[in-house]
Design a protein around this ligand. Structure first.
Ligand code: ZN
Length: 150
C-alpha cells in the first residue's frame, strides 16, 4: 500500500479519498466554457486546471484536470462532483462550508464525500492541498468575493 502520505487515519474516509484519487469524477474540460483558471500549490506540487460554465438555468457545470497528491486531486474530484449541476449560489455555499470545515471548528453541515477530508484539518500544511480546488471554484463562481465590486 502506498497510502502512507494520505494523512487520514479513518479507514473508511481514506478509502473514499483514494477512490476519488484513482477514479476522479468530473475530470476533463467543460466545452464551451465560460472561464478557465489554473491554481497551484507549490508547497506540494499540486496543480488544478478548472473550467466552468453556467447553463441556461444558472446551474454550474465544472470540470478539472490536474496532478498532485491524493488530497489535492481527491478534493478536486469531490468538489467538482458536488458543485456540478447546482446553482451558482449552492455551489459557492458548498465550497465555503467545506473550507469552513478545514479552517474553522464550526459545524459545516452535510458535505457528502467531502467529509472524508475533515481529518486533514489537523495537518496545516496539507490544508493547502485540500483547499486548492475549493479556492479555484470560489474564484470562478463566487461573484460576491472580496475585491469584486461587480
Ligand atoms: Zn498536496
Amino acid at each position: 500500500m502506498t497510502v502512507g502520505f494520505t494523512p487520514v487515519d479513518d479507514d473508511l474516509y481514506r478509502e473514499i479519498i483514494l477512490d476519488h484519487y484513482r477514479n476522479p469524477r468530473r475530470r476533463g474540460e467543460v466545452q464551451p466554457a465560460d472561464g478557465a483558471l489554473e491554481a497551484d500549490n507549490p508547497l506540494c506540487g499540486d496543480e488544478i486546471h478548472l473550467t466552468w460554465r453556467l447553463d441556461g438555468e444558472g446551474r454550474a457545470e465544472v470540470a478539472f484536470t490536474g496532478r498532485g497528491c491524493s488530497i489535492s486531486q481527491a478534493a478536486a474530484s469531490m468538489l467538482c462532483e458536488g458543485c456540478n449541476g447546482r446553482s451558482r449560489e449552492e455551489a459557492v455555499s458548498l465550497a465555503r462550508r467545506y473550507r469552513e470545515m478545514l479552517v474553522a471548528d464550526g459545524d459545516a453541515g452535510e458535505l457528502g464525500d467531502l467529509e472524508a477530508l475533515q481529518g486533514v484539518r489537523a495537518y496545516p500544511v496539507r490544508v493547502k492541498c485540500a483547499t486548492l480546488a475549493c479556492n479555484a471554484i470560489l474564484r470562478a463562481l463566487d461573484t460576491a468575493r472580496e475585491g469584486d465590486a461587480a
